[in-house]
Design a binder for this molecule. Structure first.
Ligand code: AMP
Ligand code: GLY
Length: 420
């Protein structure tokens, strides 16, 4: 069947690669895709929030199944729009997407269903912030309520900085909402747990650990993610049982109680302390770069899995995984996450011949004539699979060295928690 994929990052290149490998896919259309997807699919340039434009493309190219990669179209209701227009689509509806689209919604759902999470207060004005400050210890975490492209969370060490960040949010710094969530700081080890969900059931879809800080030893400002690995050993069988019983089950049930349902990928962002999981955030999609380490380990035909999910037959589906580990390192433009230059040629990319267990996923790239040039902060994701994290990292770094891209930098310490 013809398949449509919405998005243009490294995550979407990884999704596209798996769709391409499936015996069930005929033509693949990426809306809008990137240089990587253009080699295995047809890219069509369209704004991912132009729902009517997307529908026209779907009908014109006889697309039978659509997969939505990023959060923004999900939160704005693309799935509801496509379902109303009789298109089969994989991803959560607008109501369910509030799990990511509104921190206040997600936290209230936690309270109502006894899901372990940091203590918090939803604030709409400074006097509520002041009240919460009176009874809290530092650091405190200030979170803009709506989508903020990964920039909405600030960890504040002082009362002054809480008040400053809050004021900016109330003034409308993040256009989607003027509310905020103020919450206590959780310490522990961060990890992510993934699920694929339909109306009737859900299945495990991997674990991973991301590296959000730009600098080595986890220093410097937050980024969209500098690298990741899968599986995450901190999620041991005991922690996994708790994640399911204390967090996932109550969430799925909560949607049913509201006569709604969750379907699509579910990204459970966790802090784990003394073998106890606390929910930090929900995302209603695969992670980026977590997707680039989880999908290469998937053995089951990906399109078959998606078809079973949209037909609510996941309970009859067996998902199998490769036993090996996987890691990705993100090659970024110098200056990211601050200001960086674009349009810098990546001249050796054509010379890189990867082997079966290596993958070069494109994220922020574009074609200028026949040249591949950078077009974003996170430019390429180099993934490799193997038996030891130490050897995988060595192999990835050797590929990056062969690329020898003068415009970029990367973290050499990805996986430090699992490589002694
Ligand atoms: P979020 O957008 O909610 O995932 O937050 C982004 C990042 O901020 C997380 O990945 C954590 O590293 C950090 N963070 C968020 N909430 C907390 C918290 N309550 N305690 C400690 N760190 C947090
Ligand atoms: N890597 C973090 C995210 O996808 O939200």
């Amino acid at each position: 069947m013809n398949i449509g994929l919405i998005g243009s990052g490294g995550r979407e290149h990884a999704l596209c690669q798996k769709i391409y490998e499936s015996r069930l896919s005929k033509r693949i259309y990426c809306l809008p895709g990137n240089v990587g997807t253009s080699k295995i699919a047809q890219n069509i340039n369209v704004d991912i929030l132009n729902f009517k434009g997307i529908l026209k493309i779907i009908n014109f190219f006889d697309i039978k199944l659509v997969i939505v990669g990023p959060e923004e179209p999900l939160v704005k209701g693309l799935v509801d729009f496509l379902i109303k227009n009789k298109v089969k689509v994989f991803g959560p509806n607008k109501f369910a997407s509030k799990l990511e689209g509104s921190k206040a919604f997600m936290k209230r759902l936690c309270i109502a269903n006894n899901i372990p999470t940091a203590n918090f207060k939803v604030c709409k004005d400074s006097s509520t912030v002041e009240k919460f400050l009176k009874k809290s210890k530092f650091p405190l975490v200030v979170k803009a309520d709506g989508l903020a492209a990964g920039k909405g969370v600030t960890i504040c060490k002082t009362r002054k900085s809480v008040l400053k960040v809050s004021k900016e949010i109330f003034k409308g710094k993040f256009k989607t909402s003027r509310k905020l969530v103020l919450e206590e700081f959780l310490d522990g080890e961060e990890a992510s747990y993934f699920l694929i969900v339909d109306k009737n059931s859900y299945k495990f879809f991997g674990t991973a650990q991301d590296h959000k800080k730009v600098g080595e030893n986890d220093r410097g400002p937050n980024t969209g993610g500098m690298g990741a690995y899968s599986p995450a050993p901190v999620i041991n069988p005991e922690v996994e049982r708790k994640i399911i019983s204390k967090i996932v089950e109550p969430t799925i049930k909560a949607f049913k109680k509201k006569n709604n349902y969750y379907s699509g990928f579910l990204y459970v962002g966790l802090m784990i302390k003394n073998n106890e999981p606390y929910l930090i955030e929900y995302n209603v999609r695969m992670g980026d770069p977590e997707c680039q380490v989880i999908l290469p380990r998937l053995k089951t035909d990906f399109v078959k899995l998606l078809i079973n999910a949209v037909n609510n037959k996941l309970n009859k589906t067996l998902i199998s995984w490769r036993k090996e580990k996987s890691m990705t390192i993100v090659l970024c433009s110098k200056g990211y996450p601050g200001k960086y230059k674009k349009n810098i040629e990546i001249n050796n990319i054509k010379k890189i011949k990867t082997k079966k267990n290596d993958f070069v996923y494109h994220a922020g790239t574009k074609l200028e004539g026949r040249k591949v040039v950078s077009n974003g902060g996170r430019v390429l994701n180099i993934t490799s699979i193997g038996n030891s994290y130490y050897n995988i990292r060595k192999r990835i770094i050797s590929i990056i060295k062969r690329l020898n891209w003068k415009g970029g930098f990367f973290r050499k310490d990805i996986g430090w928690k699992v490589i002694r």
